[in-house]
Ligand binder design. Structure first.
Ligand SMILES: [Zn+2]
Length: 182
């Protein structure tokens, strides 16, 4: 019979395991790698089964990872431009003056102003760009952060309708004006 562990004992166990891992990281990594190589099918089918049985966990893990990556990329771009994480419409070379008069609205995303607007992300996928910036293969200086409103300069007129009109410092009337002007 196993005795139930107290939370304190469990915490101590976790700490010990962590210490051991830190001291034996290379060995542990190699051991895992060897094990995986020898038991590939077992490991893979276990993961597949677990993912099938826990769809909600899979979704929340990848959401969390997406958000952490997005935050890290935005931070890197902001630091590269010597500023904080914000919409950079004021230093963007292509945003028309009348669009600059409108306040920011919507979530931030990155854009490559000198790479033909969205072409870079379109051709390589925003995932590739994200990973590229995080790994240092892409220069965060080449990118700018823009809110959804200020990205409008780069949208085809037909797509501008897709902009929702809530939670905004801009009224829907403002949005319409922006669409007509730009
Ligand atoms: Zn903005």
């Amino acid at each position: 019979m196993t005795r139930a562990l107290t939370e304190e004992q469990r915490e101590r166990g976790r700490l010990r395991a962590k210490e051991w891992y830190q001291k034996n990281r290379e060995r542990a990594k190699k051991r895992m790698k060897d094990y995986r190589a020898q038991n590939q099918e077992k490991v893979t089918s276990g993961i597949v089964r677990w993912r099938k049985e826990h769809p909600e966990k899979v979704a929340s893990y990848s959401r969390g990872r997406y958000e952490r990556r997005r935050d890290a990329v935005q931070e890197k771009i902001a630091v590269a431009h010597g500023t904080n994480v914000r919409c950079m419409y004021d230093i963007h070379p292509n945003i028309p003056g009348e669009l600059k008069q409108h306040g920011c609205w919507g979530e931030l995303s990155f854009e490559h102003p000198n790479g033909g607007g969205k072409r870079d992300t379109k051709e390589n996928g925003s995932y590739a760009v994200t990973i590229g910036i995080l790994s240092g293969r892409r220069n965060p200086n080449d990118y700018l952060l823009l809110c959804r409103l200020h990205q409008i300069w780069n949208m085809k007129p037909g797509r501008r309708k897709a902009l929702p009109s809530s939670e905004s410092s801009n009224t829907p009337e403002d949005m319409k004006k922006v669409e007509e002007e730009s």
